[in-house]
Design a protein around this ligand. Sequence first.
Ligand SMILES: Nc1ncnc2c1ncn2[C@@H]1O[C@H](COP(=O)(O)OP(=O)(O)OP(=O)(O)O)[C@@H](O)[C@H]1O
Ligand SMILES: [Mg+2]
Length: 259
Amino acid sequence: MATHFKIDGLRAAIDGKEILKGLSLEIKGGEVHAIMGPNGTGKSTLASSLMGHPKYEVTDGEVVLNGEDVLEMAVDERARAGLFLAMQYPSEISGVTNSDFLRSAINARREEGKEISLIKFIRQMEGKMKELEMNPEFAHRYLNEGFSGGEKKRNEILQMMMLDPSIVILDEIDSGLDIDALKIVANGVNAMRSEDRGFLIITHYQRLLDYIKPDFVHVMMQGRIVKSGGPELAERLESEGYDWVKEELGIVDETVGQV
Ligand SMILES: Nc1ncnc2c1ncn2[C@@H]1O[C@H](COP(=O)(O)OP(=O)(O)OP(=O)(O)O)[C@@H](O)[C@H]1O
Ligand SMILES: [Mg+2]
């Protein structure tokens, strides 16, 4: 089925403070959308709210993936439905190896009795790790524990490749990556582009978008999307910053504001 993901008028709050203030966005299979925006405008909050992070209370709006109401689903159900998030700050989980974690995540998306065989899993994981130029020993290390910033980001992409999601959200996947790793990660993402998968890429820098060409670029301010365009929008933001957007829209404080 062709992927269709729609966010409509999403509002979300944390500790009673509203961060997302009516955000709408539609992603179809095959499309890459980039979200840019100054610090503290709600980009990571959007990512966490979509995945169902318990700290964020959705107060209004709709999120629909392939006809299914995402907001009704628990976090694991969202993952099973095909949502994937590479977090800005991936968590470390001591005591769970990377490969155990990945195999459980893959099996959680399968029906009982149809689990991936160990041999097949290992073969797949080794193949993907090679593509990402990861040292094989990372399979046996505890999840993200002691990983460098760039190693964590690469590991998130490994998870994305293994889980085969239909909507991929990457929150600052480029932060902390050296120049070679940025290319490797971008190649990994590009290899995953397909008609039945959509991407939402949150980034501060045009450079990532040189490697992963977006179809649409959105600017987020004050907890919603305030401007959309094509790749040329990212180029203009890179060279001119955000002041012209604020001026054009009469925005004085672009953050979600303090209450
Ligand atoms: N768990 C939390 N507790 C308190 N405030 C929060 C929490 N999560 C987000 N906020 C606040 O919500 C606002 C938006 O945060 P968010 O992380 O979504 O911004 P962002 O656009 O991702 O910024 P950056 O570009 O710096 O990553 C910020 O003012 C932040 O302090
Ligand atoms: Mg963020």
